[in-house]
Design a protein around this ligand. Structure first.
Ligand code: SAH
Ligand code: SF4
Ligand code: F3S
Length: 495
């Protein structure tokens, strides 16, 4: 197929029907429940035992892992340093691309002989893959040594599923089609002491034609603002400084509640004392209102760092992806953001080799990168996901072409990213101290508002410890591939 023909568009028409067919829970089903009232008390079943959770996928999965770790530690489990020491191994999985799935089954396969030697080892599979029937079938047929399989809508059941698994020889499958409410007061074991993820919304209603997320995460559901603000206040009291508000479409926040939108929520969040920085992901190019841009511009605490996935720079491809905007509309939004927030750092997601993407259309994506000049881009080769409408679109892009486009895209973005980093050299930034660098305990690690890591040498571990959570001024002296090298400004120097 060359270009986009009418045939391509005709196939798009039934996509709306596809979306409409998906299960929509009613308002009554979508109730707020308290974990403390619904969780089954299983006691300290994990006392003396260790757990290991392997997490794939997005920040939402990372945060779900923090919640499940919280539940396990309430049961008495301790975290294992290595998977071999664990009595309970849990795979929190991602279904967004095929290779992630292959990896998980590879790992689970390697546990088979270990489980044969140690029948007390419990193995669990959860997350987005668990929502797929084909995956559950594969567990049934090929990996019966997995003990529990549960989905994204009922992670709060983990303790009782572990209890059941102790009495069952068969794999327990407990996967729900849809959420039955938002669950509050979940325990959490956050892995970082300075930055914290906070869910504001679950699910996705957009049904982009390539994407499995609406099927694995269900309909968009917003947490109540008072629950979110209470969590932020608690985090501030515990010493957290940087908050990451999470949702698949954060700028749709509140549409289901009716009386509040994302800009209002950010206004309120910025009022929480003790929180120094607020970030959010993912905000989408549609429904990114001028009110939202103004709110980001108005508050110092809201980072001028926006992840704005474009997916493609060509309007015909965007139409077939059902993204809801054209190249021109996207660029107009970028212009409006840059006009109001001149120092904004923009990042994006791009898919190459979408079915039928021509070289010419791909060139439009390259030119989009040049025009917007993103700070960084997450780039992916299109991966067909069973059950998504894009699998029915004609695809004549060869694997070699897809890979070649990906490499060209990465090459271009690397150049732009390093140009941005070069521009920072010699300038002074306010950075938030996170702790020691991963590789050297005498190097302090901090983060800029634009989400870049800065390393500053010459500290003792105790000095670094005493500075964690502080905002300091750093002059950038060198830009490296993955981070920046900075120097502390001498005492009393201000900018
Ligand atoms: N809600 C976010 C994206 C969540 S998924 C948004 O719309 O911006 C993260 C990224 O994975 C997407 O932005 C997209 O670039 C990529 N992705 C999703 N489905 C994919 C698929 N089938 N093949 C390749 N990449 C995909
Ligand atoms: Fe997937 Fe589109 Fe929803 Fe993002 S907005 S999660 S890409 S369907
Ligand atoms: Fe993957 Fe599910 Fe996140 S499919 S990207 S873990 S929402």
């Amino acid at each position: 197929m060359s270009g986009v023909n009418n045939e391509g568009f005709v196939q798009i028409e039934d996509l709306d029907q596809h979306a409409a067919d998906a299960h929509r829970p009613t308002m009554a089903e979508r109730q707020r429940v308290d974990y403390r009232t619904i969780a089954k008390d299983v006691g300290r079943l994990g006392e003396g035992k260790q757990y290991f959770i392997r997490t794939h996928g997005c920040q939402m999965n990372e945060h779900d892992t923090e919640i499940m770790a919280g539940m396990l530690e309430e049961m008495g489990y301790a975290p294992a340093n290595v998977i071999e020491d664990a009595d309970f191994v849990l795979y929190n999985t991602c279904a967004v691309r095929e290779n992630a799935e292959d990896k998980v089954f590879g790992h689970i396969g390697t546990l088979k002989p270990i489980k044969a030697k140690n029948p007390n080892l419990l193995i669990g599979l959860c997350g987005c893959m668990a929502q797929e029937e084909v995956v559950r079938e594969k567990v049934r047929v090929k990996h019966p040594h997995v003990d529990i399989v549960f989905g994204t809508h009922n992670i709060h059941m983990l303790p009782e599923l572990i209890e059941q698994a102790h009495h069952s020889k068969e794999t327990i499958f407990e996967v729900w089609d849809a959420a039955q409410g938002t669950v509050e007061n979940l325990p959490k074991m956050r892995k970082d002491g300075v930055r914290a993820w906070v869910n504001i919304q679950y699910g996705c209603n957009k049904f982009c034609t390539y994407c499995i997320v609406p099927f694995t995460r269900g309909e968009e559901r917003s947490r109540l603002p008072e629950d979110i603000l209470n969590e932020l206040r608690e985090l501030a009291a515990e010493g957290y400084k940087e908050i990451y508000l999470l949702g698949q479409n954060v700028n749709d926040y509140g549409l289901d509640l009716g009386h509040i939108d994302f800009a209002d929520l950010m206004d309120m969040a910025a009022g929480v004392e003790g929180i120094e920085r607020i970030r959010f992901t993912t905000s989408n190019p549609w429904n990114f209102t001028d009110k939202l841009i103004d709110t980001i511009a108005r508050h110092d605490k809201i980072c001028n760092n926006i992840h704005l996935p474009a997916q493609s720079g060509n309007s015909q491809v965007l139409r077939r992806m059902k993204r809801g905007y054209t190249r021109e509309e996207y660029l107009d939004l970028v212009e409006r953001i840059k006009a109001r927030i001149p120092d904004v750092s923009l990042t994006t997601d791009i898919i190459t080799g979408f079915p039928g993407e021509t070289e010419e259309q791909f060139q439009d994506t390259l030119s989009l990168l040049e025009t917007v000049r993103y700070d960084s881009a997450y780039t992916f080769i299109y991966s067909p996901r069973a059950g998504t409408p894009a699998t029915r679109l004609p695809d004549d892009v060869t694997e070699a072409e897809k890979k070649d486009r990906l490499l060209r895209l990465i090459g271009l973005q690397e150049r732009i990213t390093s140009e941005h980093a070069q521009e920072m050299v010699g300038k002074v930034y306010s950075v938030l101290v996170e702790g020691e660098s991963k590789t050297n305990k005498n190097v302090l690690q901090a983060r800029t508002e634009s989400n870049k890591i800065v390393h500053i040498e010459g500290f003792t571990p105790d000095e670094i410890k005493s500075m964690v959570g502080q905002m300091i001024l750093a002059k950038i002296v060198e830009s490296k591939t993955w981070n920046l090298r900075g120097e502390l400004l001498p005492e009393g120097v201000t900018v």
